[in-house]
Design a protein around this ligand. Sequence first.
Ligand SMILES: CSC[C@H]1O[C@H](OP(=O)(O)O)[C@H](O)[C@@H]1O
Ligand SMILES: Nc1ncnc2[nH]cnc12
Length: 291
Amino acid sequence: MNTALIGIIGGSGLYQMDMLSDAREHDLDTPFGRPSGIIVTGRVHDVPVAFLPRHGRGHGLIPSEVPYRANIHALKQLGVRYIISVSAVGSLREEYRPLDVVLPDQFVDLTRSRAGTFFGDGAVAHVSMANPICAAVADAVARAVNELRATDDIRLHRGGTYVCIEGPQFSTQAESHWYRGMGGAVVGMTNMPEAKLAREAQIAYATMCMVTDFDCWHPREPHVTADMAISNLMRNAERAQHIVAAAIRLIGTETPCSIAHDALTCALVTQPASMAATTKQRLALILGIEG
Ligand SMILES: CSC[C@H]1O[C@H](OP(=O)(O)O)[C@H](O)[C@@H]1O
Ligand SMILES: Nc1ncnc2[nH]cnc12
């Protein structure tokens, strides 16, 4: 089903895309369960896209409950080859301020209780996560921000490490200082294992982070609360949609190559012929084989 080229995963505060034309709802199922909610496909600048709110439309899922595998699988079912993920994050650096946009290029995964792979049950693969972000997708978002700067004074930071915690509690001050010490730029709760699964599904992935707070390390700024994060994200939600729409136009025109698109070429250890029929069936779409 090649319904969509680009998938948008909306995070906290971004539950729908207003600029979508020809909208159609998809209530999909996957071998890994149901996605977070209805996926809406449509066109933005005439590019076919799919929008999925990560926490569900009414924000009913904590980060540990988000069905990351089903979300990525469902987007793959719709034909998605590029994902722009939108996320609220806490800043770990003085110069990354609330309402700034950050395009991280690395992750540290501190999550503990999430299904983090499509593989297992007699199918072994080890994809490279050395460069977890697709530079071409991140470039498109950066260029989109630059275009919009003509009318909007957006502060953009390229690069930096997103530290992903399990949540749903925010961090202790000791943890926040530890993330800073390990070189973290922003902290969030959702981009892992999302980015890993996108890589296994050979979908090019980039995350657009909207800074909502200074977590709890800063000596003069208030400690993060959910209200603070959501209200700052709401202030930025329209801007986020404009950036995403411009990035969609660029990616849709250029359809860039990505290392992600061949991620399984050097990663698959078990040959499909050696897999159990049920495993092969479950992985058919991911491996691009007959089920
Ligand atoms: C409501 S603040 C905490 C919440 O926001 C972020 O979610 P998302 O990445 O989906 O925007 C963070 O990871 C937490 O889940
Ligand atoms: N400080 C923070 N920690 C974790 N996730 C967040 N999302 C927004 N702000 C956050």
